[in-house]
Design a protein around this ligand. Structure first.
Ligand code: SAH
Ligand code: SF4
Ligand code: F3S
Length: 457
């Protein structure tokens, strides 16, 4: 009987992408996707450790699997990802029915570990160095038109709240030719949109440049080269760090026709005092200045952000500073987080941890403000005709697609995933738009390229 697998993913796009590699590895060994947990011989949890509730969820989920494992001793349960790297041996102590714990650097060992678990019992590999770049492994991508492309793993920053450097290690950039090779291959196979992934894309390549050459970032150059790849009509990236942002990246964004008019630009806090405590080495004025320059260079660009509420020591005045920046920056959308202490990070032991009810109250105020701004920003595009790339079925019938500015648009009718359509925006909501089909895509962005081409001549 053909063995079946199930991968459940928690966390960020890096994890989504690692899950595609996990699925790719399993399929290279003859596995096929399972319908549900009851039908699977291998169940993989690809975990996240960014906040405490992620931990609780994992142990809850593992608890649910216990009876399944008792019924079917041949079932193999794998815990992968950031929490596997963080909790290591504690996972099998708390859930002895877990067969394999595999950290963030050990993905290529997955099949070996599974085989060894068969003969020798529970296995764990939480090595602390990356030997094989994950993107060298086969991937199983669920969507035919979009692909995540990893350009770097790990992070060299030490934001005091963040566990990522501890579980993903220092930054390791993927050689540019490797990245381009993958993008060309994807373009050749019908992928039209790629998202370049790294914890801090602005420092991409610093570890690749020759020592003594000033450890240059190669990100702007990478954008320009990916822009030229045949077949790729949309290029996105996440995330740039405001501290390492450089004008050459703005130029590349403005000049490359396929680089989408959207930037995720994490603010974290609008208070200089808190930014300093967070070890985010930009300040509010600098952040807003970058934003002004980006908007000037790329008209109509949408901006999303990440904000943490309730960082240790955050006063009402600091929080008011965050609300001020949110009002001034007018983000299209924001991912808002309540600060969660992570053992091993400096902020976890800082004095003046903020009580939960204060955090909740501030969080609610921030969300209410951002929702109203998101709605206003979306209302600004009502009446416009925009190009969308269809992603799949919508929630209430119809389909949903995404604009180049990364806004979700719902439209009626049945349209194939991966198709481009021009739609007229007829209604705005805080988190999405409603549109009516105006026709097949007239390649609005190509108009932009042609315009630039003409201008360049
Ligand atoms: N490398 C990215 C962030 C990756 S983590 C960057 O620097 O922008 C994604 C987001 O999770 C962060 O931007 C931050 O807003 C949030 N986050 C990280 N650690 C957190 C913590 N301990 N508590 C609450 N939110 C956190
Ligand atoms: Fe975490 Fe900061 Fe690195 Fe982002 S830049 S992954 S927030 S340490
Ligand atoms: Fe991503 Fe969570 Fe790990 S946000 S890098 S999966 S800790």
């Amino acid at each position: 009987m053909t063995p079946r697998y199930l991968v459940r993913t928690f966390g960020c796009q890096m994890n989504e992408h690692d899950s595609e590699r996990i699925a790719g590895l399993l399929e290279s060994d003859g596995y096929v996707p399972a319908e549900d947990a009851g039908d699977a011989q291998v169940i993989v949890f690809n975990t996240c450790a960014i906040r405490e509730n992620a931990d609780n969820r994992l142990y809850g989920n593992l608890g649910h699997l216990r009876p399944l494992k008792e019924q079917n001793p041949r079932l193999r349960i794998v815990v992968a990802g950031c929490l596997a790297q963080k909790d290591q041996g504690r996972i099998q102590e708390r859930a002895p029915w877990v067969d394999v714990v595999i950290g963030t650097h050990a993905l290529p060992e997955l099949l070996d570990l599974l085989r060894r678990a068969e003969d020798e019992g529970p296995q764990m590999d939480v090595r602390e160095y990356t030997e094989v770049f994950p993107s060298a492994l086969p991937a199983r991508r669920d969507v035919a038109h979009h692909a995540w492309v990893s350009i770097a793993v790990g992070c060299d920053n030490r934001c005091t709240f963040c566990i990522v450097p501890l579980v993903r290690g220092p930054q390791l950039s993927r050689p540019m030719e490797d990245v381009l090779g993958e993008v060309r291959d994807l373009g050749g196979r019908g992928v039209v949109e790629v998202t370049l992934l790294g914890q801090n894309v602005n420092t991409y390549g610093r570890d690749l440049t020759v020592p003594g050459s000033g450890r240059r970032s190669l990100f702007a150059e990478l954008l320009r080269r990916v822009d030229r790849v045949e077949g790729i009509r949309r290029v996105r990236f996440t995330s740039p760090h405001p501290h390492d942002f450089t004008p050459d990246v703005i130029d590349a964004m403005a000049e490359c026709g396929s680089v989408c008019e959207h930037i995720h630009f994490p603010l974290q806090s609008g208070s200089d005092r808190v930014l300093k405590l967070m070890r985010r080495s930009y300040r509010r004025a600098r952040y807003l200045e970058w934003l002004r320059m980006i908007r000037e260079a790329v008209p109509g660009i949408a901006v999303s952000t990440d904000i943490i509420v309730g960082f240790p020591g955050e006063t009402e005045e600091d929080f008011a500073g965050t609300l001020d920046v949110v009002r001034e920056a007018r983000f299209d959308s924001a991912y808002t987080f309540q600060y969660s202490p992570r053992t091993g990070t400096p902020a976890a032991t800082m004095p003046h941890q903020i009580p939960g009810d204060t955090v909740q109250e501030r969080f609610d105020r921030l969300v209410a403000l951002q929702e109203s701004i998101s709605l206003e920003k979306n209302e600004e595009v009502v009446g416009d005709t925009v190009e969308i790339l269809i992603e799949g079925k919508g929630r209430k019938g119809g389909v949903q697609g995404r604009t180049r500015t990364n806004k979700v648009v719902h439209v009626d009718g049945d349209h194939a995933s991966g198709a481009f359509l021009d739609v007229r925006v007829v209604r705005a909501h805080p988190h999405h738009l409603t549109g009516e089909v105006a026709g097949p895509a007239s390649s609005l962005h190509q108009t932009r390229c042609v315009r630039e081409f003409v201008a360049a001549r």
